[in-house]
Design a protein around this ligand. Structure first.
Ligand code: C5P
Length: 296
């Protein structure tokens, strides 16, 4: 039997760090939403009890280091079963990019296995398991749009952003989230994003306000390490983006644009300058992530 699951990419409309906690993590406040860019996870039942994984991308680990693999291991442990599974990841979301690709694959694996194995776990239960894998996994279990607090695992749903186009540009290198957080000096943050106001802009469906409120305290940190982040931002603005921000710990930069024609112009402006460029729609609503149900 097989189940196929969609795993959407997320972007941060805001990302704020309030303080560094005793456990080494940062207390965060962020508004996250999904965009129309997906990985596809196929989960195949196996005769043996082993877990195996293959990915269409050579850039992600194909073994127990992969977050989707870890999700399957952890779920089996929690339930106390030993059923085997083969995980196939059709990768479209850029890797180590600030778009939660790995976290989304893990969340999709939890959702898919919950269905395939008929476990009947709630989203809350899956999100709690996901939190042990990574801070962004709980959001990815629900998808849609939410304020995330704590390490990222305390979620309050929000309405989706107003419809618009999202141009994503990923510089040639990835970044390590731990490295970026490690360089962040919380006491020296010049400007904190207005999380509550961003939530209010979404509730009022106020596009202009949403665009003005985009903010990410990790952006200057990653920008200092990788100057192309700033260059991409500048180019996107020059070519008519309404708002531009780095997502998560980066290095992917996204532009929000109302009109498709302007979005395409921005994409063209980045040709030859940045190899991984995507023009997708804002999504922001929960995707029914189990694609085709269970097949035999
Ligand atoms: O939770 P996750 O493994 O995705 O986090 C990766 C790294 O990012 C952590 O090891 C930590 O260094 C940093 N982090 C943080 N505060 C958070 C989330 C992540 O400092 N709230």
């Amino acid at each position: 039997m097989l189940v196929s699951v969609k795993a959407p990419a997320k972007i941060n409309l805001t990302l704020d760090a309030l303080y560094k906690r005793q456990d080494g993590y940062h207390e965060l406040e962020m508004v996250m939403t999904t965009v129309d860019l997906f990985d596809r996870i196929d989960l195949f039942e196996k005769e043996s009890s082993s877990i195996t994984l293959e990915s269409s991308s050579g850039l992600v680990p194909q073994d127990e280091r992969n977050l989707a693999y870890r999700a399957a291991v952890l779920l089996r442990e929690k339930i106390g079963i030993k059923r085997g599974i083969h995980i196939r990841i059709d990768k479209h979301i850029p890797v180590a990019a600030g778009l939660a690709g790995g976290s989304s694959d893990a969340a999709a694996t939890l959702r898919g296995l919950n269905r395939l194995w008929g476990l009947g776990l709630s989203d809350e239960e899956l999100a709690a398991i996901g939190a042990e894998i990574g801070s962004d996994v709980p959001f990815c279990v629900y998808s849609g749009t939410a304020i995330a607090r704590g390490r990222g695992e305390i979620l309050a749903p929000l309405p989706p952003p107003p419809p618009c186009w999202v141009v994503l540009a990923k510089p040639g290198h990835g970044v390590s989230t731990a490295d970026v957080f490690g360089r962040l000096k919380v006491d020296e943050i010049a400007e904190h994003p207005e999380t509550e106001q961003m939530a209010e802009a979404l509730r009022k469906r106020d596009y202009d306000h949403m665009v003005r409120l985009l903010g990410n305290v990790l952006e200057p940190v990653t920008m200092e390490m990788h100057e192309d982040v700033g260059k991409i931002k500048k180019k996107m603005k020059e070519f008519g983006a309404d708002g531009v921000l780095m997502s998560g710990s980066g290095p992917t930069v996204f532009a929000l644009i109302r009109q498709e024609s302007r979005a395409r112009r921005i994409v063209n402006s980045l040709r030859g300058f940045c190899r991984q460029v995507y023009c997708v729609r804002m999504l922001g609503v929960r995707t029914e992530s189990v694609l085709d149900g269970i097949r035999t």
